[in-house]
Design a protein around this ligand. Structure first.
Ligand code: IMP
Ligand code: MG
Length: 176
C-alpha cells in the first residue's frame, strides 16, 4: 500500500505563514497602486491562489511557465520559457510567486527576463527555499520557509505529477 508522505509543514503552519507574507506584501505595496503577481506554473498555483486572496491591495494575476533543460535526467541549469505572461508589465510593480527555490536558476532567469521589459520593480516571493542547494544567488524578498535538501510534495508541488494537491508539505523518501 502507498504511504502518505511524512508531514514536514502542516496545513495550519502554511496558512499562518501565508497570512504573514500577505500582510507584509500588502503593507510594503500599500502606496504603489496595482501589484502584478506572476505565478510560476505549475507548482505555484495553490500558493498564488491563497496568497492573492489574502492581499488587501489592488492586484492583477498573471501566469508564466518554464521548463529546465536536461542532459539525460540531470538539470543543466538552462531554463526555457514555455508560456509567457499575457499583459505588458512596463512601468508596473511585479512580484514573481514561486513554489520553491532549489538551485536558483529558474528564479534568476525569470528576474532577468522580466527586468528587461521595463517594469517599475521586480521582487520575488517563494514559499520554500532549499538553502544549501543554491548554485545561483537570487534574492527572495518574501520567503515562507527554509528547508533542507529533500524532495517535497503537496500544496502545489509534485513528484512526477503525484501528490500535488496534498493539503500539507510532505517529504518523499524515494526508497519507501
Ligand atoms: P531551480 O531552478 O533549481 O531553483 O528549480 C526550481 C524548480 O524545481 C521549482 O520551481 C520546482 O518546480 C522544482 N523543484 C525543486 N525542488 C523541488 C521539490 O523538492 N519538490 C518539487 N519540485 C521541486
Ligand atoms: Mg516552480
Amino acid at each position: 500500500m502507498l504511504k502518505d508522505p511524512e508531514v514536514l509543514i502542516s496545513e495550519q503552519d502554511i496558512a499562518a505563514r501565508v497570512d504573514e507574507l500577505a500582510a507584509q506584501i500588502s503593507s510594503d505595496y500599500a502606496d504603489e497602486g496595482e501589484l502584478v503577481l506572476v505565478g510560476v506554473l505549475k507548482g505555484a498555483f495553490i500558493f498564488l491562489a491563497d496568497l492573492s486572496r489574502r492581499l488587501t491591495i489592488p492586484r492583477h494575476i498573471e501566469f508564466i511557465a518554464v521548463s529546465s533543460y536536461e542532459h539525460g535526467s540531470v538539470p543543466s541549469g538552462a531554463v526555457r520559457l514555455v508560456m509567457d505572461v499575457r499583459a505588458s508589465i512596463e512601468g508596473r510593480h511585479v512580484l514573481i510567486v514561486e513554489d520553491i527555490v532549489d538551485t536558483g536558476h529558474t528564479l534568476h532567469y525569470l528576474i532577468n527576463m522580466l527586468e528587461s521589459r521595463g517594469p517599475a520593480s521586480v521582487r520575488t516571493c517563494a514559499l520554500l527555499h532549499k538553502e544549501h542547494k543554491t548554485e545561483v544567488d537570487v534574492e527572495v524578498d518574501y520567503l515562507g520557509f527554509t528547508i533542507g535538501d529533500e524532495w517535497v510534495v503537496g500544496y502545489g508541488l509534485d513528484l512526477a505529477e503525484q501528490d500535488r494537491t496534498l493539503p500539507y508539505i510532505g517529504v518523499v523518501h524515494p526508497d519507501d
